[in-house]
Design a protein around this ligand. Structure first.
Ligand code: C2E
Ligand code: MG
Ligand code: MG
Length: 275
């Protein structure tokens, strides 16, 4: 009697989703889409971000916002996250083996996956050695909520991964706890300016000011800055003006399956030159 009817329905739905996610793992229904990241100075693709999709047998493509909460609450994210890491590293290695210019591969990591940092690092190392991917081409994207818990153990683990060349990016920068001390404590290499600020570039003076402040801070701390959600040429012009390093967004390409991204990598074109 503590549950309202609505809550009960929600609980049932969650339970169904959990069952469906387990099945999805068994049936290999997950896949990755890749979104190019473009170097603003050269116009070349220098990396991609791996984004999880679920090819549902009836519903079609399901986005992470529909299932990530349940995956995290139930702990299924550990198995799913490992699958993502392996698939992303395998794909990156395959592109390199095909003779394409090497790319950084961004992989999103949830807080839960990093609960046991040592176990996490072991998985990363295992995946790197089994796929034969040089750690320098792997980038782990973590949100501020993962990094702000300044536990000594996690710092050590990230340092060690960093020594091997793997980079750490702070995802959705500016939307989390606004505690900047983790930038000092953790071996962070990259900050990704959240798309909610980028979308107001040139329109909303406050958003523009925030993007500028984040990019300047990144430069001062010698971190690379990536702008997320770059949707228009106008955004890009503003970002170039600010000397932001890398841009990612629909203006260049939507996330797409590897087959669709390969020709873009092969063309190796300068994104800013008119064809
Ligand atoms: P994120 O890591 O911040 O990823 C960026 C999101 O913005 C992606 O949504 C991407 O499709 C979308 N996006 C890219 N360019 C644009 C643009 O120009 N405009 C707009 N409006 N959106 C753009 P997506 O793929 O739905 O992923 C949502 C979130 O789900 C991700 O946010 C990430 O936090 C999480 N996620 C995705 N894949 C994974 C994964 O493999 N593991 C974990 N733990 N989380 C994941
Ligand atoms: Mg991300
Ligand atoms: Mg983000």
């Amino acid at each position: 009697q503590f549950f309202s009817r609505e809550m009960n329905i929600r609980a049932v739905e969650r339970h169904d989703l959990e069952t469906a996610l387990r099945l999805a793992l068994d049936r290999d229904e997950f896949l990755l889409h890749y979104q190019p990241q473009v170097d603003i100075a050269t116009g070349r693709i220098v990396g991609v971000e791996a984004l999880l999709r679920w090819q549902h047998p009836r519903k079609g493509i399901v986005f992470p916002s529909m299932f990530m909460d349940v995956a995290e609450e139930t702990g299924l994210i550990d198995a799913i996250g490992l699958w993502v890491l392996r698939a992303a590293c395998t794909q990156n290695r395959a592109w390199q083996d095909a003779g394409l210019p090497p790319l950084r591969m961004g992989v999103n990591i949830s807080a839960r996956q990093f609960d046991q940092p040592r176990e996490f690092a072991k998985s990363v190392n295992r995946v790197l050695s089994s796929t034969g991917l040089d750690p320098a081409w792997l980038e782990l994207e973590m949100t501020e909520s993962v990094l702000w818990k300044t536990a000594e153990e996690s710092i050590q683990v990230l340092r060690r991964l960093g020594k091997n060349g793997t980079r750490i990016a702070v995802d959705d920068f500016g939307t989390g706890y606004s505690s900047l001390s983790y930038l000092r404590a953790f071996p962070v290499d990259i900050i990704k300016v959240d798309q909610s600020f980028v979308s107001g570039l040139g329109k909303d003076p406050e958003d523009s000011a925030i993007v500028e402040a984040v990019v300047r801070m990144g430069q001062a701390l010698r971190l690379q800055t990536v702008a997320e959600g770059v949707e228009t040429a106008h955004h890009l012009i503003e970002l170039r003006e600010l000397d932001c390093d890398i841009a990612q967004g629909y203006h260049f390409a939507r996330p797409a399956p590897a087959d669709a991204v390969t020709p873009m990598l092969r063309a190796g074109r300068d994104w800013f030159k008119r064809a």
